[in-house]
Ligand binder design. Structure first.
Ligand SMILES: [Zn+2]
Length: 384
């Protein structure tokens, strides 16, 4: 039996937006649908948006998510810069800003400046703290422990950040690592019709966010998607920071590419430098990015066979040179994969760039707040 929360999901997805359509989709009686829609209307989760074009008679009233019923606070917390936003319930950002962080000014590593920033953003969109339904936060990943220099300082872990914002806002606070929220953000804005997606963050190191059935797949220890330490064949010459040889990071990570270019007499320290050289037409840099794409393609070919995603989205610093990067990936995946696996596989580069994480953080909170089980707990009539 489809609950009120499940009806809301159908309305949000546009799969059924009138009472007759909801009855048809769910096989519920018209009176049951009417009762559940009444509950959604009473809780201001949906609103009526006029009739649909009809072939005669009174058109059935269209129902839409009441996206302004509440707001969500979202943040992409970085160790140098953070992006804060206020979102409506459809994931549309109403206001956003970038704040520079001084870690010395941030007790426990959690930015107190985020609290002030949220208050100012709420004021800017004329909403109050009482209208905040939830908070979504992306935090720097801690899983790449092979290089202590990359580690965010203590206090940036999901549990501490969750605790910090839970004390300030008496609403659900959802926290996940940045690569996972970026995956959610990219899917939400540009790949909404795809249920299963791999988002690759190709920067100094290479890591994936995995969306399976529209939800983030984190794995048993929360480190699913750490493909940077998958070993490539015949690349024992590439020594990785983790102590092994032939890891994808050591072959195709931004730092590894920069080191190769430095050895060839060019000036490059990071993946950003490599991309800059490629954009300036330096053939060695373009070649290095294409080779990185091939190495990434080797690992992704295995991932695609295993996971069968609908789309692969490549972001991170190296994706600024997406043409040679994606060409390398496609060259290897199309050669290695069965046509069945690639026929409907779509591939593209990140189009949200630096905004992917904050949008994804909002989506993380919204998908929790509007999930059928959460909605049902809210609209269920109290007994006794
Ligand atoms: Zn490694």
């Amino acid at each position: 039996m489809s609950s009120a929360g499940e009806l809301l999901s159908l309305i949000r997805d546009g799969r059924a937006v009138t009472r007759p359509e909801l009855a048809r989709q769910t096989n519920l009686s018209r009176s049951t649908v009417a009762e559940r829609v009444r509950a959604l209307l009473a809780h201001e989760l949906v609103c009526e948006a006029g009739g649909t074009p009809s072939t005669g008679g009174r058109p059935p009233t269209r129902l839409v998510l009441n996206q302004g019923a509440g707001v969500v606070l979202a943040a992409d917390l970085g160790t140098a810069r953070s992006r804060l936003a206020v979102s409506d319930l459809s994931g549309e950002l109403l206001a956003e800003r970038v704040v520079e962080l001084d870690l010395a000014q941030a007790p426990d590593g959690v930015p107190a400046s985020a609290d002030g920033g949220f208050a100012e953003l709420l004021a800017a969109v004329c909403r109050s703290a009482g209208e905040v339904w939830g908070v979504g936060i992306g935090v720097p990943s801690r899983a790449d422990r092979a290089d202590p220099a990359d580690e965010p300082p203590p206090g940036w872990d999901a549990a501490t950040v969750q605790h910090h914002f839970s004390r300030r806002y008496d609403v659900p606070v959802l926290v996940d690592v940045d690569v996972n929220v970026r995956a959610l953000g990219e899917r939400w804005v540009h790949w909404r019709d795809v249920e299963h997606l791999i988002y690759v963050d190709a920067g100094s190191s290479i890591v994936c966010g995995i969306v399976a059935g529209r939800r983030v797949h984190r794995g048993a220890q929360g480190v699913a998607g750490h493909i940077g330490h998958i070993a490539l064949e015949d690349r024992d010459d590439a020594l990785c920071r983790c102590g092994n040889a032939g890891c994808l990071d050591a072959v195709a990570g931004g730092r590894a590419l920069a080191a190769r270019l430095t050895a060839a007499g060019l000036e490059a320290e990071t993946g950003v430098d490599v991309v800059r050289l490629a954009a300036a037409g330096e053939p060695l840099a373009t070649q290095a990015v294409r080779d990185a794409g091939r190495a990434l393609g080797e690992v992704l070919a295995g991932a695609v066979t295993f996971f069968n995603p609908g789309a692969i989205v490549i972001g991170g610093a190296l994706s600024a040179a997406h043409e040679p990067l994606l060409a390398g990936v496609r060259e290897i995946t199309s050669a290695r994969l069965l046509p069945m696996a690639t026929r409907d596989l779509r591939m593209g580069h990140s189009r949200l760039g630096d905004r992917a994480a904050v949008i994804g953080a909002a989506v993380l909170a919204i998908e929790h707040l509007l999930a059928p089980e959460t909605v049902d707990a809210v609209v269920r009539p109290r007994r006794g």
